[in-house]
Design a protein around this ligand. Structure first.
Ligand code: ATP
Ligand code: MG
Length: 151
């Protein structure tokens, strides 16, 4: 968020962080940074001036398989008040080089690789990613990563 602050400020977009003071996760630091950087960059790129981009992090317990233990996960949510993504495009946005329309990406200089990299890195952590979006209202990307890994 520090890195992208100036970019957000240029568009008068407020960047908000909602996370516990201390939250620890067993993960690859650089890759985790790449994941959040890509999502934040998208949020800022695809949100008009005066909007808001918010990062939220919480620990959640997801139901274990076959009634077993409920492993702890960190849920990271990146939401924006941006242009949104049409329903018909949602299933495809994690594909390499997929852009919703070339015009909107050209103005942001995008190649359509960001989200495919994000998905790949999330899967390397045995995590999941999903998206909810409404055109003209905004988008929410939700990532869940295991808090710890048993090898
Ligand atoms: N937060 C968002 N709001 C609206 N549309 C989005 C958002 N994030 C992604 N998109 C749409 O999904 C497409 C794919 O995103 P992705 O990050 O993979 O590529 P990109 O941003 O175009 O380029 P790159 O990230 O490689 O610079 C984008 O072109 C854009 O149309
Ligand atoms: Mg991108």
């Amino acid at each position: 968020m520090e890195f992208l602050g100036p970019e957000a400020a240029k568009k008068e977009i407020s960047l908000e962080l909602d996370a516990p003071e201390e939250l620890f996760i067993e993960a690859d630091e650089d890759r985790l940074g790449q994941i959040t950087l890509n999502l934040l960059q998208n949020g800022i790129s695809y949100t008009p001036e005066g909007g808001r981009v918010r990062v939220k992090a919480v620990i959640v317990e997801t139901a274990g398989e076959e009634g077993g233990d409920a492993p702890e996960h960190v849920r990271i949510t990146v939401s924006d008040t941006g242009i949104g993504i049409p329903k018909k495009d949602l299933p495809r946005i994690f594909e390499r080089f997929y852009r919703v329309d070339k015009a909107r990406s050209r103005s942001s200089g995008g190649t359509g690789l960001g989200l495919s990299i994000v998905k790949h890195l999330v899967e390397l952590h045995h995590g999941t990613i999903r998206v909810e979006s409404t055109v003209g209202v905004g988008s929410t990307f939700v990532i869940e990563l295991p808090l710890i890994h048993d090898y």
